[in-house]
Design a protein around this ligand. Structure first.
Ligand code: ASP
Length: 271
């Protein structure tokens, strides 16, 4: 082989090896890290000032040992965040005992909020307006710090809008685009797109229009999976496996839909 050709071939091989490794890295990033503990709820998980009885057990298991939980409440209107924080503070004390502090990041500036997220031993993201929530997370630079914490094993919980942002994108939210977002890409710490407040089949018109919307979404995004989650339904990613822990969940994929059972490990969403 001529010297020029040999060097060209060698460079080609090196470029191929580098791009393959980079590609493999990107693909691995799309999968949840095995230390990640992520709980998503289809919404309406509170009963007054504590978590609903049906989710208490899994919430207690998920946040076991946490003493300081950072709350991300951007999805609610600024005028409602203090009251929401108070309710969640009471709910976490009811869940984990006296001495637990649940503190909202909204009292702090951007740097202070990141410090709280970096120091807390649990993270909870509340519901409300999904686009406002994600826009604020981008504006305040909170996506990366939350991802890092989750990768390090800090338990993350999100309800409704808070569950939407755990997925790779917020594509199946029920919300209007109330705020401008730089991208619909979200945390990507849970391996499916979430559709919260999935209605009961008995509410015929609402149910049929929701099914139509999810199917249409998948027609345009056939590589994605959508978890349609009823109120107070819970999925938990732990040790690389997603388990249905409460309520009604349907897994929609381009190939069809499957109703999931409480207690089942969702093979389609595993490693
Ligand atoms: N607005 C909902 C919530 O957070 C989110 C959704 O339905 O997509 O309650």
């Amino acid at each position: 082989m001529k010297r020029g050709k040999f060097i060209g071939g060698l460079i080609g091989c090196l470029v191929w090896a580098w791009t393959s490794a980079a590609g493999a890295g990107a693909a691995m990033d799309a999968k949840p890290a095995s230390r990640a503990s992520v709980l998503v709820c289809g919404g309406s998980m509170m009963n007054g000032s504590h978590f609903a009885d049906s989710v208490l057990e899994v919430m207690r298991e998920h946040y076991a040992g946490c003493r300081r939980v950072a709350l991300v409440l951007h999805a609610s209107h600024p005028s409602e965040r203090a009251a929401m924080e108070k309710r969640l503070q009471a709910a976490f004390v009811h869940l984990l005992g006296a001495g637990v502090v649940a503190e909202s990041v909204h009292h702090r500036d951007a740097a202070g909020a990141k410090t709280l997220l970096a120091e807390a031993d649990g993270i909870f993201v509340g519901g409300g307006e999904t686009f406002v929530l994600l826009a604020e997370m981008y504006r305040l630079g909170q996506l990366d710090v939350i991802r890092e914490r989750v990768r390090a094993g800090v338990p993350f919980g999100g309800s409704s809008a808070g569950a939407n942002v755990a997925g790779p994108v917020i594509g199946a939210t029920n919300d209007f685009p109330t705020a401008e977002v730089p991208s619909t890409k979200a945390l990507g710490i849970f391996p499916a797109v979430i559709n919260p407040h999935y209605p009961l089949a008995e509410s015929k018109a609402e149910f049929e229009s929701r099914v139509y919307k999810i199917r249409t979404y998948l027609k345009f995004n056939p590589e994605e999976s959508v978890c349609a989650m009823g109120n107070a339904a819970v999925l938990r990613l732990h040790e690389g496996r997603v388990t249905v822990r409460a309520g009604r969940v349907a897994l929609y994929r381009a190939s069809g839909v499957r109703e999931l059972k409480v207690g089942e490990v969702v093979g389609e969403l595993g490693r």
